[in-house]
Design a protein. Structure first.
Length: 105
């Protein structure tokens, strides 16, 4: 059972999905592939949504069919972000910044 809807809207929302360990991703698929949780997180921004995500998380394929279908939301998000704003190295991490095509114009 999911917790009740929490939190209100905000001008800017920063959402972090940075798990990168394949074993942790497999163990926690029920949590991050849950559409209700993602909907709560992604529907709170009034003006701007910033999603910080590990490429390994966005590319993860859960083993259960239900979770696989739910990952479609994340795949759609990646598909919408086609305008590369910048890339480089920050500390020891390779970083890429992408935006929705219409947002970058």
């Amino acid at each position: 059972m999911l917790p009740p809807l929490q939190g209100g809207e905000a001008e800017v929302v920063i959402f972090s999905a940075t798990a990168s360990d394949p074993a942790a991703l497999a163990r926690n698929s029920d949590f991050y592939a849950n559409l209700n949780r993602a909907n709560v997180a992604l529907s709170r921004a009034q003006r701007r949504m910033v999603v910080v995500a590990a490429r390994s998380m966005l590319g993860h394929m859960p083993s259960r069919a239900e979770q696989y279908q739910q990952m479609g939301l994340w795949k759609q998000l990646v598909g919408k972000c086609r305008a590369r704003l910048c890339n480089g190295v920050f500390g020891q991490a390779r970083v890429e910044v992408w935006a929705w095509e219409e947002a970058a114009a």
